[in-house]
Each structure stands twice: as structure tokens, then as C-alpha cells.
Design a protein around this ligand. Structure first.
Ligand SMILES: Nc1ncnc2c1ncn2[C@@H]1O[C@H](COP(=O)(O)OP(=O)(O)OP(=O)(O)O)[C@@H](O)[C@H]1O
Ligand SMILES: [Mg+2]
Length: 213
């Protein structure tokens, strides 16, 4: 199955496809449409508006770090990963894994008043933390474009505080607390590059499940 097929047969998209399929059937039967024409157009529009998504439950710190490591391995120059979720949910833990995936051994979690930390691995990692920021204008004033549109990987914690000042195309990961050592990670890809990244993550989790790990 191709990557696009996998993405567009995602759970979130199936209801949309079902409804469009029903409309097409009715319109074809009633002679209101030539098979394929309008349906194809509307499905393309729907597809271009779709945000590909994936949900993973992590039952340990190690699993969260491993997910981060995979993201780090998949990263390409200019990638942007946005992290959202409450205090202590595991955003930094995930970022530590990302650093390892980029081959960075000396990653140290920074205090939250440090806005940008730079690490050098296979690609530069720019770890940005918006925790201390209160207003969107503050984010815009920071001049982060060299990081966000540079040749490294940007990981932004508390990205919800400055979404309007961040690139429209990104991989957003929302983390939720389920139990003391359990977290839900919801991935949302905006843009073709991130849909590809997400498809690779999906493949990795399938392989992991198949191996029973
Ligand atoms: N499955 C898990 N995944 C990630 N962290 C976990 C998990 N289970 C327990 N934890 C614990 O949750 C805490 C996560 O801390 P971390 O600093 O990564 O959170 P954070 O989201 O970056 O917080 P902040 O908003 O303060 O920056 C750690 O103490 C970690 O040991
Ligand atoms: Mg943190």
C-alpha cells in the first residue's frame, strides 16, 4: 500500500470518504453526475484539507524517549516539531529522545527560562521553550526565523503559546497524562513533508507491534 493510501485511509478520514462515496452513488444513480468527474474533484479538495494523524500510548519514559529517537532519525533539515501538553507531561522527555535520534549524546534538559538551546548532531537541534512567554507578540519579537527556517530541526515546547508565529507546516504532537507513567501522544501532520514523516512513524509502530515489542 502506498504512503498516500495509508494516510488517506486513516481512521479520521474514513467517515469523510464514506459520506462522499454515498453522495457520489446517489448523484450517479439519479443521473446528476458523470461517474468520476465531480467526485474526484471533491475528494481531492477534502484530501488537501485533511490533517493526517496518529495516536500512540506510551506506558513508560523509555517508550516516550524511543518515539522521540525515531523522530530524530527521520528528521530532515528545516523540520519543525511542535509540542503541546500540560506541565510535566513529558515534552522534554520526548525531546531528549529526539536528540539521541540525531546522534546528540550530551543533551541536558534545560531550565524553562532558557528560550533556545542548540545542540549539534547529524543536524543541529534547536530546542525552543515558550513556557515563559505570555503573548503572541513576544514570540514574534524574538526573531526565531533563523531557527525555524534554518537547516536544523526545531522542537518547540509549549508551542500553543505562539502557534500564530510558527510555520503553518509542521508536525504537532499533543501529549496527555493518562496515568502516572502513561501518556497519550496525538500526532497531527500539516503539509506533505510531515505527512511523510507520520507515515514513517506509523510504519515503525506497525513493525514494532508485529515484533511483539
Ligand atoms: N510515559 C511517560 N512519558 C514521559 N514522561 C513520563 C512518562 N511516565 C512518567 N513520566 C515522567 O513525567 C515527567 C515528564 O517531565 P518532562 O520534563 O519531560 O515534562 P514537560 O512536559 O517537559 O514539562 P514542562 O512543561 O515543565 O516543560 C518526568 O518526571 C518523567 O519521568
Ligand atoms: Mg519541558
Amino acid at each position: 500500500m502506498s504512503i498516500t493510501t495509508q494516510l488517506y485511509t486513516d481512521k479520521a478520514v474514513l467517515p469523510v470518504l464514506t459520506v462522499l462515496g454515498l453522495i457520489w452513488t446517489v448523484r450517479t444513480v439519479t443521473g446528476k453526475v458523470h461517474a468520476n468527474s465531480e467526485f474526484t474533484v471533491s475528494i481531492c479538495v477534502q484530501m488537501s484539507m485533511t490533517v493526517a494523524s496518529l495516536e500512540i500510548t506510551s506506558a513508560s519514559v523509555e517508550r516516550t524517549r524511543k518515539l522521540g529517537t525515531r523522530l530524530g532519525e527521520l528528521a530532515e533539515p528545516g523540520d519543525v516539531i511542535l509540542l503541546v501538553g500540560q506541565l510535566g507531561v513529558g515534552k522534554t522527555c520526548l525531546t531528549q529522545g529526539v536528540a539521541w535520534g540525531l546522534g546528540i549524546d550530551d543533551y541536558t534538559a534545560s531550565p524553562s527560562f532558557v528560550l533556545v538551546r542548540e545542540y549539534q548532531g547529524r543536524l543541529p537541534l534547536y530546542h525552543i521553550d515558550f513556557y515563559r512567554l505570555d503573548r503572541l507578540e513576544e514570540v514574534a519579537d524574538l526573531g526565531l526565523d533563523d531557527y525555524l527556517y534554518g537547516g536544523g530541526l526545531c522542537v518547540v515546547e509549549w508551542a500553543d503559546k505562539g502557534l500564530g508565529a510558527l510555520p503553518e507546516e509542521h508536525l504537532l504532537i499533543e501529549m496527555q497524562h493518562l496515568a502516572p507513567t502513561k501518556r497519550k501522544l496525538s500526532f497531527f501532520a500539516r503539509g506533505v513533508r510531515y505527512e511523510e514523516m507520520l507515515a514513517q512513524m506509523k510504519l515503525s509502530t506497525k513493525v514494532r507491534k508485529a515484533k511483539g515489542r
